[in-house]
Design a binder for this molecule. Structure first.
Ligand SMILES: Nc1ncnc2c1ncn2[C@@H]1O[C@H](COP(=O)(O)OP(=O)(O)OP(=O)(O)O)[C@@H](O)[C@H]1O
Ligand SMILES: [Mg+2]
Length: 219
């Protein structure tokens, strides 16, 4: 059991707090925000509210995401890990079940900045465009399935003197019927769609955002 009761998260998303792992400097532990599962369940339409707790739990969805076929069967040297934090499984913590994964660090040893922050601070420069291109190529080549690719769920790391992107949240299949898990045409189409949506979101984030994202997404 990991005691996090006196620790402060180094970052938090809409669903989880992220803590430094007390025993491994290169790992983080993610715990659902207190009361978040119940809150999401309450907000869901009735037919979704019938689902198990794991449906509303980002950690449970991450476990499923790391169990997808291409990751399950990959060796530890495989290229499927090139843009993903290593996965160390679930563990008990004082704040509830914790998901342990590789903590991505910048050159100063601090948690790496998100693509969202990079776009705000630096913009869509050549270095990050190239990194996005390599990340997209890797998705197509490996067939790793992701949900929608959002800039706050990608972090920017320097590797061999160039920028690389890592997906720290959002593995798995957004589709209701996981056809893309089994059919390669469906998989290719699904991945291409995620990449196009990612670019749409990036262009929206660097725009003046006069159109709300939900509307821009449909356009
Ligand atoms: N492996 C990691 N290495 C470095 N930073 C990370 C890592 N995982 C998460 N972070 C940081 O913590 C933030 C929140 O983590 P994460 O996206 O997993 O939480 P979440 O609450 O599930 O997110 P969301 O709001 O997208 O549902 C990220 O945006 C990122 O800044
Ligand atoms: Mg997130």
């Amino acid at each position: 059991m990991i005691d996090l009761s006196n620790s402060k998260p180094f970052a938090s998303g809409g669903n989880r707090h992220c803590y430094h792992h007390p025993d491994f400097p290169d790992r983080c532990v993610k715990v659902m925000l207190p009361g978040r599962v119940a809150e999401l369940r309450q907000r869901a339409p009735w037919y979704k509210a019938l689902a198990r707790d794991s449906h509303f739990d980002d950690n449970a969805r991450e476990v499923a995401g790391y169990r997808q076929r291409v990751l399950r069967s990959a060796s530890s040297h495989s290229s499927v890990w090139e843009h993903l934090p290593r996965w160390y499984g679930m563990t008990e913590t004082s704040e509830g079940p914790g998901a342990v994964s590789e903590l991505l660090l910048d050159e100063q040893g601090a948690p790496a900045m998100t693509l969202e922050t990079y776009l705000k601070n630096v913009g869509l420069d050549v270095a990050i465009r190239d990194a996005l291109e390599r990340f997209s190529q890797w998705l197509r080549a490996t067939g790793v399935l992701t949900k929608n690719l959002l800039p706050h769920n990608l972090v920017v790391v320097t590797r061999n003197r160039q920028l690389e992107l890592y997906l720290v949240d959002g593995l798995g299949n957004a589709a209701f019927l996981p056809l893309s898990e089994h059919f390669s045409i469906s998989r290719r189409r699904y991945i291409q769609r995620r990449i196009e949506k990612m670019w749409k979101r990036i262009h929206w984030e660097i725009s003046d955002r006069s159109i709300p994202w939900k509307k821009a997404e449909r356009a």
